[in-house]
Write a new protein. Structure first.
Length: 95
């Protein structure tokens, strides 16, 4: 189990785990799982879930372009009791 502040996820044994301020990345070859957190200028409220989607979608699209990939919104998850957005970024045949 890989853990970070307010989150946890599982990866297969043998994956290399890297930690940086605000993110945890697990890598095996070209496969990668990363959870990143970002500081907010204002306190987040669950009522803002739909409103923040536009900005998050734009930022994730920019990230996908920079890495030569594509982005698709994932299913919402609950992290530390807060409904959160997820995204799948793919490059070639890798998600």
């Amino acid at each position: 189990m890989v853990t970070g502040p307010g989150f946890a996820f599982a990866v297969p044994a043998g994956w290399q785990v890297r930690r940086a301020q605000g993110s945890v990345t697990a890598v095996s070859g070209v496969q990668l799982v990363e959870v990143a957190t970002f500081p907010l200028q204002k306190r987040y409220d669950a009522k803002l879930f739909d409103a923040v989607a536009t900005e998050l979608n734009a930022r994730m699209s920019t990230l996908a372009r920079r890495t030569g990939g594509k982005v698709a919104p994932g299913d919402p998850v609950t992290v530390a009791g807060i409904r959160s957005h997820t995204y799948d970024v793919s490059g070639g045949d890798t998600v």
